[in-house]
Design a protein around this ligand. Structure first.
Ligand SMILES: Nc1ncnc2c1ncn2[C@@H]1O[C@H](COP(=O)(O)OP(=O)(O)OP(=O)(O)O)[C@@H](O)[C@H]1O
Ligand SMILES: [Mg+2]
Length: 348
């Protein structure tokens, strides 16, 4: 009745017109629906984490982390080895129970509704966890059955996904005969079998060659375009920069910075960086850069100088008769090293 009246009504232009044409209760319902559509994404995050902690015996691996992952975004989790990224991920997808704090995934608690949550997400775990005794296709088909892909669709979906990651020619091969990168590719497409709403990728591109890494980035962007939510950990800062809308940097179980890649660059490592070749005498350069309060980092790969403007670095080069190997805008790697790695010393 309501549907047929609306089908013949002229197009509506404003909430006032809606209110005038509908009864009060219908108007309230429509306004609520509209507001839900407009604000729904913001009011109910896919993952909501408040002050979550995880201890292993006396050791606390995650120490009061809070963050929200919104629908449709690619959210990055960065941090050095042992920062607590995988521990946090394991709690999100229900593989491990938190010690304390609040955690909701799709509005449900993974400690209580682990199955319902798992049905809506796909995970690439840090370890491949493939069944070594089975072939590539058998691994995929078994997993497809596990995540509830209807039997009549399984073969085709497996074929499509294997084709996508250039693994079709390996479908009858046992897992042991695959290279490390091929196994990683297989684990990635396996996670997509159930058409998940949330895709969790724990270092998905570790061990992949550059071409396949780019292929995978394309797929992640395609998933984002389809409205899926992505949670990604990576040690490749360029990858985080390419894929992540927002990210947090963890260190020793805590969040030490958060924001968009651009926010983080601007807040922690703005400007330009010159990289000077390793093995040379850097004393004069270090002093020159330090006297201008440029930031300096020296490690086994060379001397890094960060200054506010490109011209500052060009002047520095000229003054010291030195040519930098690289002159570039600062990037997320500079942010990461500043916040978690060897300190950038202001004095040379
Ligand atoms: N089951 C466990 N029992 C005891 N300690 C653990 C366990 N799992 C993780 N840890 C410890 O918790 C800390 C965080 O580990 P986690 O695997 O979360 O780090 P990560 O940030 O994922 O590091 P990586 O970048 O190396 O993958 C580490 O010190 C690790 O040794
Ligand atoms: Mg990890």
């Amino acid at each position: 009745m309501q549907g047929s009246r609306r089908a013949h009504a002229p197009p509506l232009r404003s909430f006032r017109q809606i209110v005038e044409q509908l009864s009060y209760s219908e108007a309230v319902l429509d306004i609520e629906l509209g507001l839900c559509l407009i604000y729904g994404m913001h009011s109910s995050p896919v993952v909501s984490i408040e002050q979550i902690r995880k201890s292993f015996g006396l050791f606390e691996a995650v120490r009061g982390v809070s963050c929200r992952i919104e629908a449709g975004e690619c959210f990055g989790l960065l941090g050095p080895n042992g920062a607590g990224k995988s521990t946090l991920i394991n709690m999100i997808y229900g593989a491990s129970r938190r010690t304390s704090g609040k955690l909701e995934v799709f509005g449900m608690d993974p400690n209580v509704s682990s199955r319902a949550i798992k049905a809506r997400l796909g995970v690439v775990t840090q370890e491949n966890a493939l069944d070594e005794g089975l072939t590539v296709r058998e691994n995929m088909e078994l997993y497809a059955a596990f995540v509830g892909v209807p039997a009549r669709e399984r073969k085709q979906r497996v074929r499509d996904l294997l084709g996508f990651m250039n693994l079709a020619h390996k479908e009858n091969e046992p897992i042991q005969t695959l290279s490390g990168g091929m196994q990683r590719r297989l684990v990635f497409v396996r996670a997509l079998l159930g058409k998940p709403e949330l895709v969790i990728l724990d270092e998905p591109t570790t061990g992949l060659d550059p071409a396949v890494r780019h292929l995978l980035w394309g797929k992640v962007n395609q998933l984002k375009a389809e409205g899926k939510t992505i949670l990604l950990t990576t040690h490749y800062m360029h990858e985080a920069e390419v894929l992540c809308d927002r990210l947090v940097i963890m260190n020793k179980g805590e969040v030490i910075a958060s924001g968009t890649p651009k926010d983080l660059r601007e807040a922690h490592a703005s400007g330009y960086v010159a990289v000077f070749e390793t093995g040379e005498d850097f004393a004069a350069l270090r002093t020159g850069a330090g006297s201008r309060s440029y930031q300096v980092l020296e490690d086994s790969s060379g001397l890094y100088v960060r200054a506010p403007r490109l011209e500052d670095l060009l002047d520095l080069q000229k003054e010291h008769g030195r040519q930098a190997l690289q002159l570039r805008p600062s990037n997320l790697e500079d942010v990461f090293l500043k916040l978690t790695g060897p300190e950038l010393n202001v004095d040379a």
